[in-house]
Design a protein around this ligand. Structure first.
Ligand code: HEC
Length: 198
């Protein structure tokens, strides 16, 4: 009986260990290398999305722009690929419209940080994930709600925009945002090799 319990317990702890990930803070040199690339990528994402959104609104109108905006994910993926570092970019948020942006555990730590007083003037949040399947670096940059966003993310939405959103995103959580609130974080993920080689 004792042996059975022992085997059970060791299998259990091995499987626990196998799925375990440790989250650690960065050394100053890691921090400097990561924040450099992370800022570049995040700023590019903000700029490219804004330019594309404004051009779309001009050419196909607000409802048309909203309808075609699932392309934002492709725009972000293309920016990540252009760095040729194995980069992955996402936009996690508690108020997700597209379920691919549902935050994981680490994203929640970053979001909670920017929602708290602790972040005050911080422009970014970083962590390293130590995991059996490869160590990774995470850079997070906050994104806030501006006037323009309310056109598609608040009760100020026009009727035709509302129709598009209800049809395409029945479980939308971003339909009632407030000006100045935290909208999301831009998450830039890099494999360890991308930072170590710097
Ligand atoms: C023309 C309508 C429109 C405008 C204006 C707009 N958005 Fe969105 N937004 C959308 C749609 C539609 C999606 C879902 C896209 C998808 O399918 O991935 C979305 C998704 C997002 C996401 C991804 C997270 C999620 O909820 O899935 C973020 C972040 C975001 N918007 C931020 C903003 C910000 C910040 C602004 C203002 C600068 C803004 N949006 C303005 C329509 C709009």
């Amino acid at each position: 009986m004792k042996t059975v319990i022992f085997i059970f317990l060791s299998c259990w702890s091995i499987s626990l260990f196998a799925s375990e990930e440790a989250l650690v803070e960065l050394t100053p040199s890691e921090e400097s290398a990561l924040s450099d690339i992370g800022k570049k990528a995040s700023d590019l994402v903000s700029q490219r999305l804004m330019d594309t959104m404004l051009a779309d609104i001009k050419s196909v109108g607000l409802a048309g722009a909203a309808h075609g905006w699932s392309k934002s994910v492709n725009i972000i993926n293309d920016i990540a690929d252009s760095f040729e570092l194995g980069m992955v970019i996402r936009r996690p948020t508690y108020q997700y419209r597209n379920p691919v942006n549902k935050p994981d555990k680490t994203d929640q730590i970053a979001l909670d940080y920017f929602l708290s007083d602790e972040s005050e003037d911080s422009r970014y949040f970083t962590r390293k994930i130590m995991a059996n399947n490869g160590n990774r670096y995470l850079y997070y940059q906050p994104m806030y709600v501006t006037q323009k966003c309310l056109l598609c993310h608040s009760d100020k939405m026009s009727k035709d925009v509302k129709t598009v959103i209800e049809e395409k995103y029945p479980d939308d959580r971003s339909g009632n945002l407030q000006l100045g609130a935290l909208r999301a974080v831009i998450r830039v993920e890099l494999p360890e090799s991308a930072i170590e080689s710097r």
